[in-house]
Design a protein around this ligand. Sequence first.
Ligand code: UT7
Length: 318
Amino acid sequence: MIYSKILGTGSYLPEKVLTNFDLEKMVDTSNDWIVERSGIRERHIAAADENAATLAEKAARAALDTAGVDAKEIDMIIVSSTTPHLVFPSTACLLQEKLGIAGCPAFDLNATACAGFMYGLSIADQYIRTGAIKKALVIGSEVMSRVVDWSDRTTCVLFGDGSGAMVLGASNEPGILSTHLHADGTHKDVLYLPQTTKSSPEFETVKMMGNQLFKLAVNTLGSLFDETLAANNIQKSEIDWLVPHQANMRIIEAMRKKLDLPMERVAITLDKQGNTSSASIPLALDEAVRDGRIKRGQLLIMEGFGGGLAWGSALVRY
Ligand code: UT7
């Protein structure tokens, strides 16, 4: 039996930090409102010369380093990003060039939004399990600060920039136990980002019906956990860690309760990073792995949920 094992993780956050107090000076909001309604205190903002590919390179190099894997061993690159630098070539191709590993397949998942990392992980896992490839780089990389309307308080306080990466490798030992992907286009209007083109009336930015999205997230993710546990025939008491998409602390809290986990067993970066869309799950995982909280052999459940709607989970023996 071939499994995909997480060989290493890495991440990168731009240097500039924008706090809620900074935002108070930009829009009609308050630190108290943002903390109470979302749990976010600050977020990182990319510099003018940074983009999804440069962020991805830093996260990828850190993951390769931790894994002890040479970039030349990578058989496939998957980058999830809703905020690519170019429509094409893909961010994955730009990254491939930076890593100097021309030849292997490299592609982006750009429309799976906040669920993108789960989609990337699932695709890489299928290729590894079938023996088609041995090692893959899966990355979420986002510059959300370039697609929010900085005069709209309902969205601009929520998002941040960053990149998280993972090196997956074929192993005889259990690693990724199962992945579960879903989408429902009937909810296309609750969260979307139109493309800016020559005929666009103005520069297009993220549009969100926050309240509806919140309810959909809580209900959908609850069922997703049931599905993930049932597929593996395990009880929630066997889960060691929840590594969730970081959109809202109240959503994460509902998921924690659903799994009966103490808050110390949830990887949280939302307070310091905001919602980094498809980068949030690998960013949270990398932090908890690096500071020693998540240990080898522990059982992790990961979930992502966002525009599409699209959502997905993974059960992983780390
Ligand atoms: O990553 C993809 C998935 N994303 C999500 O799942 C996000 C889900 N949604 C959310 O996280 C929450 O809905 C938000 C944090 C976006 C908003 O929280 P909420 O409790 O749903 O607030 P609301 O949208 O119902 O707004 C409540 C009030 C409104 O005022 P009125 O109409 O009650 O007078 C808003 O205008 O808060 C007002 N408001 C703000 N006030 C201060 C909205 N944004 C702000 C703000 N500062 N930044």
